[in-house]
Write a protein of this length. Sequence first.
Length: 150
Amino acid sequence: MRALLQRVTQAAVTVAEQETGRIGPGILVLVGIAPEDTEADIDWLCRKISQMRIFNDEAGVMNRSVLEVGAEVLAVSQFTLLASVKKGNRPSYSRAAPPVMSQPLFERFVAHMAATLGRPVPTGVFGADMQVALVNDGPVTIWLDSDNPE
């Protein structure tokens, strides 16, 4: 499971000109799911996101987590995070899980993240053409991959 975290002052996702999710200060999480991903990947990812110390403390040092500052999380499914550009210039998405597998895992990720935060996690619409607007704060952008935890 891959995730791209962006610390934001605000973010929103829109589908067919209807806003489906919006947050103020917090983390926008773009999530890509591979066929081999399991509940263990969801657990690891939610723990990392909720405990990632990317918010400033009173000294201006990134030393606080989303839990500590009470920030929000917006989750958006994005199969293109699993793109392979090994051959040619057209990305291959064969490493992304098919929707029948990835949609339930994404929904479990959102539910787990909401339970971890103790608040709802807004999302886009799985499989839809979405427009994501954000104001990246910092900018702070972190790449997480459960297959390659660093």
